[in-house]
Design a protein around this ligand. Structure first.
Ligand SMILES: [Zn+2]
Length: 448
């Protein structure tokens, strides 16, 4: 286990190399550094990073290719460092299109090691069999890729549920009952998925008296998880026969390929790849770090990547972090001591980041629609752990309703990748101009 000084030395060596590469071969930073008059000599230590302005998702999404190192411009890169391995996509979209996140072979090998350290710390071990319950996404997404990568590096078998919206053209996805049968036949011990879906999966499995005799752990990613839901999932594991059920919640985002993890039930999520990622909490206006432990905007710096590279990237959450060894396992790396709160205009629905403005644009363009409102809520309002639901309230003439009900869900799905329910409202129900000037376009009824 490295000590603090050795880790800091390694992080700063890697940071210097990364900054050198950005100055010569990263279109976005090359431009930005020139504008600011920053040269390679200015950023030598982690503390020097505060000289760099923050970038956010909109900078990256405006031109993801500009955040990719140009291997041809970077002298001395190895074959692994300059060869593309794969592309993950982020769902957070400002343009409507997903943004690519490029991994070179060098990146892939390092995130495989990251996956190994994370899953070992979570308590996954030889003899486990992983059930991948992440629905098959419409593009390669970090959460889905991470499960396969983990199974590979840990040498474990994995059974993929491959659930998701059915498609006539691509009949590759399974319905719930089929997925349950398929997964049960493999007798998994670790269930990995998005919390609200894992819960539906377990509830349906129990209705059908499906047996998971080796079930012992749930690994959750993509959504916040309440204490009540963690307790419910532990209860399902117990009902399947686990004597000591384990629930791990990951705090993850594409830019950190695997995210922060818990080493035991209830632990603070920790960055277990501190040699790859540096985390800060800052005042988002000034970019200056807040005192350790206080709430600030989470900022990520890639220390050792060669595909997509971000320096001082605003993740979009407010958190408190501490730089200290984990009191449970003694590992080093930033620990999130305060539950993340999301900032900004993007809204997370069913684990996907969506931009409500795109929906508003699409609806405003439709003349048959006189008023509209977007509502994000839980399917069961009394149950904060039930699945998210996107509801579009639309005011339109009777004669147009059937057509709109047919067209709008598909149109919105194409725009933000989440399919809404459409409900029609009578005149004045969405917006009464007598009562208020502005229409409330977005209503988030969820408590978190
Ligand atoms: Zn720990």
């Amino acid at each position: 286990m490295p000590d603090e000084d050795a880790l800091r030395k390694l992080r700063e060596e890697r940071l210097r190399r990364t900054v050198d590469l950005c100055v010569t071969a990263h279109p976005f930073y090359r431009r930005r550094f020139r504008e600011l008059g920053i040269g390679t000599g200015d950023i030598r230590t982690l503390d020097d990073l505060q000289k760099l302005p923050l970038v956010d998702k909109s900078d990256y999404m405006a031109c993801p290719e500009d955040f990719r190192l140009r291997a041809a411009d970077a002298p001395g890169l190895s074959f692994e460092e300059s060869t593309l391995w794969n592309v993950a996509y982020t769902t957070g979209t400002t343009s409507g299109m997903p943004s690519p996140f490029f991994n070179t072979a060098h990146d892939q090998y390092h995130i495989m090691m990251q996956a190994l350290h994370c899953s070992e710390a979570e308590g996954v071990t030889r003899g486990d069999l992983i059930a991948n319950l992440i629905p098959l996404p419409p593009m390669p997404m970090g959460a889905f890729l991470c499960v396969g990568r983990t199974a590979e590096i840990m040498g474990l078998p994995v059974v993929n549920a491959l659930t998701g919206a059915k498609s006539k053209e691509y009949p590759v996805r399974r319905g719930m009952d089929d997925a349950i049968d398929c997964v049960a036949a493999a007798a998994p011990s670790v269930f990995w998925g998005v919390p609200s879906f894992v819960r539906s999966f377990f509830r349906r499995a129990r209705e059908r008296n499906t047996r998971f005799p080796r079930a012992r752990m749930v690994v959750l990613t993509g959504e916040p998880v309440s204490a009540a839901l963690q307790e419910e999932l532990a209860g399902h594991l117990r009902a399947f026969g686990s004597e000591d059920p384990q629930v791990r919640v990951r705090y993850s985002f594409t830019e950190m390929q695997g995210g922060l993890i818990q080493c035991c039930n209830g632990a603070a999520p920790q960055n277990l790849a501190p040699d790859l990622y540096y985390l800060e909490t800052v005042d988002p206006e000034t970019g200056i770090c807040v005192p350790e432990g206080e709430e600030g905007a989470l900022v990520l710096t890639h220390l050792h990547r060669r595909g997509t590279v971000c320096l001082r990237y605003l993740v979009g959450d407010l958190v408190g972090i501490r730089n200290e060894r984990c009191p449970h396992c003694g590992r080093l790396g930033e620990r999130i001591i305060q539950r993340p709160r999301r900032t900004g205009t993007l809204v997370k629905v069913k684990g996907m980041l969506i931009n409500p403005e795109l929906i508003f644009e699409a609806l405003s363009a439709n003349r048959a629609i006189s008023e509209f409102q977007l509502v994000v809520r839980k399917i069961d309002p009394a149950d904060p752990d039930s699945m998210d639901q996107l509801v579009l309230r639309i005011e339109a003439e009777m004669g147009a309703r059937a057509r709109l009900a047919e067209e709008i869900p598909g149109l919105i799905q194409k725009t933000v990748m989440v399919r809404p329910e459409v409900v029609f409202a009578g005149p004045g129900e969405i917006h009464d101009p007598m009562k208020s000037v502005k229409v409330k376009r977005l209503v988030d009824e969820r408590s978190h």
